[in-house]
Ligand binder design. Structure first.
Ligand SMILES: C[S@@+](CC[C@H](N)C(=O)[O-])C[C@H]1O[C@@H](n2cnc3c(N)ncnc32)[C@H](O)[C@@H]1O
Length: 219
């Protein structure tokens, strides 16, 4: 079951909560402007772990929901981030949310840990609950020796993920924009419908009228 490994390591994972918050915060500071969608209020973090990203998004004034199948990860998250709502749920078997429930859906370091068929179900489920966009925060193609060892031991599909990331996402989402956010990490910004993809293109072209109507970066 998805939660077993993460139930076991939840306590240790929690030790890195502050470090993770600093890292997520710096990334949002640097790249938040690259997500110029119409006014965003609600965000869901799928596979939220101990809630570090939820904490940072909450501090930015967003209404945040964290969801994870590992109850011990959720226990740590609730203790560390009492103002955010954390719910148990599994993105492969189906999340307890209606279609288009959230303006934006994040998933951080979840996709690479799944076998390919589950990853496709994950993407499908993320697209279903997101009204505007999904951000898959995960590895890029650059392999470091420590990551290779850890991911080999974790027995996920890291190697399959890094080989076919964009190609797989494009089977589900109408468009994917790759935003490098670290030495080994990217945001895969997946628009859920073409209206927002077009808004992004307009933004890139510098059309200030459209910007006013549609632009509202998450920072
Ligand atoms: C490597 S941790 C990442 C945690 C957090 N997002 C972060 O960036 O630190 C992967 C998380 O994905 C969760 N996860 C695994 N399978 C899942 C699934 N089917 N649906 C939702 N979350 C899942 C795990 O329980 C774990 O908390």
């Amino acid at each position: 079951m998805a939660g077993d490994l993460f139930n076991t390591i939840a306590g240790v994972y929690g030790w890195f909560h502050r470090y993770q918050m600093r890292r997520f915060s710096a990334i949002l500071e640097r790249h938040g402007h690259e997500v110029p969608l119409s006014p965003m209020r609600t965000v869901c973090d799928v596979g939220c772990g101990t809630g570090a990203l939820c904490a940072v998004l909450h501090l930015r004034g967003l209404q945040v929901t964290g969801v994870d199948p590992a109850h011990r990860m959720l226990d740590v998250a609730r203790e560390k981030v009492p103002d955010v709502s954390f719910i148990m749920g599994d993105a492969v078997t189906g999340l307890p949310f209606d279609d288009n429930s959230f303006d934006l859906v994040f998933t951080s370091y979840v996709a690479h840990g799944m076998p390919q068929h589950q990853r496709m179900q994950l993407y499908q489920e993320l697209m279903r609950i997101a009204a505007q966009a999904v951000i898959v925060h995960d590895y890029n193609e650059k392999r470091a020796i420590l990551t290779t060892i850890i991911e080999f031991l974790e027995r996920g599909d890291y190697f399959g993920f890094i080989k076919k990331r964009e190609q797989e996402m494009l089977q589900i989402f109408p468009s994917v924009k790759i935003i490098p956010v670290g030495r080994q990490a990217c945001w895969y910004l997946c628009h859920c419908n073409l209206r927002h993809e077009n808004a992004q293109e307009t933004e890139d072209e510098g059309n200030t009228i459209e910007e006013k109507e549609l632009g509202n970066p998450i920072h």
